[in-house]
Design a protein around this ligand. Structure first.
Ligand code: GTP
Length: 220
């Protein structure tokens, strides 16, 4: 969301994401979005610097709601109807998270943006995404990120890093690959929910991912 600004919200980045999501939505798939808040506040880093972990996680959850509202605005500018649901009650700003209502919104062709993580500290956005995916009976969870897939070692540091096309959940856990945190991976593994990770910033990638083109890495 920050793009080259480093932090905050870069309008060009959010517009590109919204255009890609809107194009994908036109193909008729139902989409739920879960967004993090690291561009505004990173709970884990703050707690590493001595802040109480629960407090910093709550601040991070609030940051995700700011991003959710920004994304809603950008998506609606692209003509996509959206609803934001928050795991932390803030009725003046967003609907509360209600599972059955979220599913109904999806059936009516709206994109649902899930904000405020799981509503609990100590759980990451990845875990929130895995949980929501299972709750809405999603077929797949797609982690759109800065890297174009999963490598055996950090591709930024090692030129001989090899990308996986597919990898099992247990391999991800055993090799300690930084795809999603272990709680999120375990949750997906237990419920056989496939995870596709791919590069968000390449235009058209979301549609490619949804239509089954070979991009990124599939964890299954
Ligand atoms: P259906 O009528 O069931 O198709 O869904 P709907 O979302 O259009 O109807 P609803 O009357 O629930 O919502 C109308 C608008 O109010 C939508 O933009 C909702 O996102 C918003 N809304 C609904 N409940 C809340 C809430 O508790 N807080 C906030 N801030 N907005 C809400």
């Amino acid at each position: 969301m920050a793009g080259n600004l480093g932090q905050g919200i870069n309008p060009l980045v959010i517009q590109q994401i919204a255009q890609d999501v809107a194009e994908t939505h036109k193909s008729g798939v139902q989409i739920g979005l879960v967004i993090g808040g690291g561009n505004i506040f990173r709970g884990v880093s703050a707690s590493a610097q001595g802040m109480d972990r629960a407090s910093s996680d709550y601040m991070g959850m609030l940051a995700t709601v700011i991003n959710a509202l920004a994304l809603q605005d950008a998506l609606e500018k692209e003509g996509v109807p959206t609803r934001v649901q928050s795991a932390i009650a803030m009725a003046e700003i967003a609907e509360p998270y209600i599972r059955r209502k979220a599913i109904r919104h999806l059936e009516k062709g709206r994109i649902v943006i899930f904000g405020a993580g799981t509503g609990n500290p100590f759980f990451t956005t990845d875990t929130a995404a895995s949980l929501r995916a299972m709750e809405i009976n999603a077929e797949i969870i797609m982690k759109a990120t800065k890297v174009d897939g999963i490598y055996d070692k950090d591709p930024a540091k090692h030129s001989d890093a090899v990308k996986f096309d597919k990898i099992s959940y247990i391999d991800v856990l055993n090799r300690g690959l930084q795809v999603m945190d272990s709680t999120a991976i375990s949750l997906c593994m237990d419920h056989k929910l496939p995870i596709l990770t791919f590069d968000l910033m390449k235009k058209g990638n979301i549609l490619k991912a949804v239509t089954g083109e070979k991009i990124g890495t599939l964890v299954h």
